[in-house]
Design a binder for this molecule. Sequence first.
Ligand SMILES: *Cc1c(COP(=O)(O)O)cnc(C)c1O
Length: 416
Amino acid sequence: MLSRDDCQKMDALDPLAALRNDFVLPDGLIYLDGNSLGPRPRAALARATQVVDQEWGRGLVSSWNDAGWHRLSTHLGDKIAPLIGAGAGEVVVTDTTSINLFKVLAAALQLQTERGSNARVILSETSNFPSDLYMAEGLSDLLDRGYTLKLVDHPDEIANAMTTDVAVMMITQVNYKSGYMHDIAALTKLAHDNGALTIWDLAHSAGAVPVDLKGAQADFAIGCTYKYLNGGPGAPAFVWVSPQLLPLVRQPLTGWWSHAKPFAMKPGYEASRGIEQFLCGTQPIVSLSLVECGLESFAKTSMNALREKSLALTDLFFACAQERCAHHPVKLVTPLNHKHRGSHVSFEHENGYEVIRALADRGVIGDYREPKIMRFGLTPLYTTFTEVWDAVDILTDILDRESWRDARYAERNAVT
Ligand SMILES: *Cc1c(COP(=O)(O)O)cnc(C)c1O
């Protein structure tokens, strides 16, 4: 049996323990929702003051040049690149993940058409993040060329569904609900063998698990900065295009920042040859500036070190839950196999929503996803082993006493 003492010893020996100081985490709160909104880096407050007071307040318009605002999207892209196996000059931080998905999906479908492909299927998972599927539906309607979405219910079905009528395979590497992690290299090879292009949504991968886009010969990737990268609420997303494909593709949101010479102000669109082609309009500079603060913590460690701790945290969560909650109808949804596990753990419970609300009242913040899923993000930059022990302890108490049955938990908040 694991004891709380054992967990405290694990924390004392944790080589990453000091990184927790980079973040503001309210006293007495166990924050297991960094997979939805990362906590605030300490440095973000000073950076916000600098960008609002000095760069905007004093520098005014000259800050586009003097404070480097015009290069911020690529500058931040260069800092994200090593976390996802991309190179310098290959990533931009811009817009939202949903909008970036639209851009890369349109570019991928266009490239397939130019190559003479008649494939009209976009392959994804039923359990993919709904926004990704909605964007694919919207784009298919707009293009009106007979594209259809083919959705599989289980990761094992992808291989059979990958036929030569698939134009693009669009998968979220770590499933937002189950925490299942796909093998980017294996699925990319499968797609390429069938003539399909791949789009990887790294919303729950970037900063959570090591990713090697180039090693996997992936084609396109997008992802969030406000989850594991701790960029701030609604911070702009990122987009990567393989350097081999970049010269061949066009994205349709041809705003001036994607132009080869935005300040030439000439009529007639000419796409930038760099990854800047995947920008569109002017960036939200205040929000974009804060993204850098989150990335600074990653520069102090490695994704392999983070992965090692992440697996130790999720293993510990499972072990504690197995020891203490096994007599309750709580079903583990996240794979036990390390190869297929991201950095959050999910359990199914009929009254998952109420349990998550009861946990929040006891200072444990997880979240709920339809249907019945309780999610707990275990983020190695700041989550401690003792917190995992305590969280499962409180969860067990709530289940034992059935305190989730309190009537006030039945009413849904606007955001779950
Ligand atoms: C969080 C998340 C998004 C979010 O998209 P936004 O456009 O930033 O709201 C997209 N895809 C996945 C898989 C996500 O988990």
